[in-house]
Design a protein around this ligand. Structure first.
Ligand SMILES: [Zn+2]
Length: 120
């Protein structure tokens, strides 16, 4: 991968990070709204809240991946799989610039035990 290409990906990553941070802020703001503690479990507000919490967790994972990819870019190892150290398919990076694992390792980890804290 050329240096110029990496720069482009870094820019993309930074944009994604900024967007994710904005989304996160908005979601956390939504969570601040008081929920009636006496409400039933079937309360639509509560269901909505759980959805927002799930979204927050998803975004936090995404941010972690983006930060990891940015660290890789700084170290000059962007586009290299963290696990097997083979180059990650550029097509994959095009779709998922925060990927730090190749497709094989990613699916291996997803199928296997989720013991590892590696986020990708
Ligand atoms: Zn790999």
């Amino acid at each position: 991968m050329t240096h110029r290409k990496t720069k482009l990906q870094v820019k993309k990553l930074e944009e994604e990070r900024d967007q994710a941070l904005l989304d996160l802020e908005r979601l956390l703001e939504a969570l601040k709204v008081e929920v009636d503690p006496d409400s039933d479990e079937g309360d639509p507000d509560l269901v909505e809240r759980e959805k927002v919490v799930a979204l927050v967790h998803g975004l936090e994972r995404k941010l972690e991946s983006i930060e990891a990819a940015l660290r890789q870019a700084q170290a000059g190892t962007y586009g290299i799989c963290e696990r097997c150290e083979k180059p990650i398919n550029p097509d994959r990076l095009e779709i998922l610039p925060e990927a730090t694992l190749c497709v094989e390792c990613k699916s291996l980890l997803e199928r296997g035990a989720r013991v590892s804290a590696v986020a990708a």
